[in-house]
Design a protein. Sequence first.
Lengths: 251, 268
Amino acid sequence: MKFTLHIWRQENARAKGHFETYPLEGISPECSFLEMLDILNEQLINDRIAHPVCFDNDCREGICGMCGLYINGRPHGNDDGITTCQLHMRKFHDGDDIWIEPWRAKPFPVIRDLVVDRSAFDKIIQAGGYISTTTGGVPDANTIPIPKHKADMAMDAASCIGCGACVAACKNASAMLFVGAKVSHLALLPQGKIEAADRVHKMVCKMDELGFGSCTNTYACEAECPKLIKRQNISRLNRQWIGALFGRDRK
Amino acid sequence: MNLPKIHSISKKILVGALGAFLSFFLLFHASANLLILRHDGGEWYNAFCHFMGTYIIVKVMEIGLLAALLLHVVLAIWLAVTNKMARPKGYHKPQRSKTHTGSKLQVWTGILIFACLIMHFTDFYFVKIGLVKGKYLVKTEDIVALKVTQPDAFNYAEQQCEYSAKENWLTNFDKEDKAVLEAAGLEVEPDFYHQAREKFKILHIVIAYLVFFTVVWFHLRHGFAAVFQTFGLYNYKYGKAIEVLGQIYTWVVCLMFAVVVIGVYFGL
């Protein structure tokens, strides 16, 4: 297969970026998107055309959440429930033009080319996405009874890999699905309920402080989440926030 | 100047709460409008308008309603501006994610509704507060009382309108008549029944109002379910039911508005 790639190139965070066009031929349909970029980088290095294109990646099996490219108008490309590393070239047509952009959001500044700084997510987790009780040794699995449906919902929320596709897809660059998932997976379980009001307050305050937009119920985040995390988690976040407004009784 | 600090979710909750209040008002307004279709010379509809225009609690609520409308608009624009700031540099390729188009249009349909409200207020509400001229009415008993004290004014009223002592209201005055009757000491009120029946006989006004209702349909269709989501009431169990209820509510409200306008135009 052959493609014409239009890739965002940016020297560093302060430089003015631009699109660069690279024709690429001989790509196997079974090739993953990141492998295709590896092939391009090999050519760029070997032919001394330009610096290789920088992009984030790690596990390459949809677990780590490191890869994240905005491909032809969709985060993680033209498929549902996958990360960029799980996208394959057979999803494109031979001869396609492919536009590759970094995540765009004020709290995700571009470091270089397609790499963005997503430490804003870490700061939100640091603000309150944890349980601060000393748990001691690992208890038996059934020591604390948890209804199966609650455990399932908590597990679904906990599957968030923090890739940032929700922010990239949202027209407001809102992180509500991420925060919703992180608040939900703790608040649904007895261990997390104790600090639920404080947690939601701290995490939302941090989210606002970092400059993320607010949710206007477009649900692009839900459509693009590689882990298929549902909007109900945002609703739960809102519910928890209302509860925290009145229930967080402090002097 | 530092703007007051309201967290993003609280802002959304405020916009949603005000929107819910305005949506309930729409149902109330649309239901009352159906009285225009009664061929009773406006007896019921104008009696309703008289109640709305004179009852003190309703008058307080009217101020609340206008304040809610303005606050809803201001907060929504404030949210839209801060949301725009969250992505200073946009994407080159337009977004192709599968999303609800209603929410993307929400700010624009909101602005369009506000523009249409200016037309609607010019046709009706501004008549009530005396900014533009329209149709007016007075109580028949007040006219009868003039017969002895001010026969000139009584004769004027009798000539200007089809007078019947059996009816409670003498309707369909113009602004000039209003001035004469007010000079005679009468309490003159807007005659919204005849006002509406006259307006909705004109084709371009009918089309403008139908466009208005279509924009309201778009705004309400997204807004209804969005309010539940914002209040944290949208969950796995009732999510589908909320969406269906939203569709029904939106269609019922907009069709009730439309049926009056179309009905009057076709002589119902």
